[in-house]
Design a protein around this ligand. Structure first.
Ligand SMILES: [Zn+2]
Length: 152
């Protein structure tokens, strides 16, 4: 999740959409200041989005600062409402990020437990394990450990 400054709206359209009537020409425009009660003392820089009220002194460096101060929203909420907050889908759904489901994990555990039981009974009846059997048992232990690490 991250803030994308490039995605902030253009100052001109942002302030007009906020219901302000921009007066004047050039880089700096004048409009109504809603922070101190409606006089036309708010100066807005159309290039940077910076703004300052010549009467009450309320100010900010960009349209995001205006959004936060005029609505009381925090940084992320304001950035999101302006379309400049990028939600990362990968981090928003960690539960679906396991390499296998719990059902698959349980099924693997059952198979490996069965395999260990068979090996144990072979040993109990005096049958030696082959090197292949031993390697397979070590694989079983690795799989069980992997499941334990995946579902802490
Ligand atoms: Zn003001």
């Amino acid at each position: 999740m991250s803030f994308d400054r490039q995605a902030l709206p253009e100052p001109n359209s942002y302030f007009e959409n906020a219901g302000l009537i921009l007066q004047g020409r050039g880089k700096w425009r004048t409009t109504t200041c809603h922070f101190h009660g409606g006089r036309t003392t708010l100066r807005i820089n159309l290039e940077s989005g910076a703004w300052v009220c010549m009467s009450c002194g309320q100010k900010g460096g960009d349209v995001l600062a205006y959004e936060m101060q005029s609505t009381g929203a925090d940084f992320v909420t304001a950035a999101r409402s302006l379309g400049a907050w990028m939600d990362d889908d990968r981090t928003s759904a960690p539960a679906t990020h396991k390499p296998f489901s719990t059902r698959e994990a349980l099924s693997v555990l059952a198979v490996e437990a069965n395999l260990a039981a068979i090996a144990a009974s072979n040993l109990a009846y005096g049958n030696r394990l082959t090197s292949d059997d031993l390697a397979r048992l070590q694989t079983a232990a690795q799989r069980i450990n992997l499941i334990r690490e995946t579902y802490p």
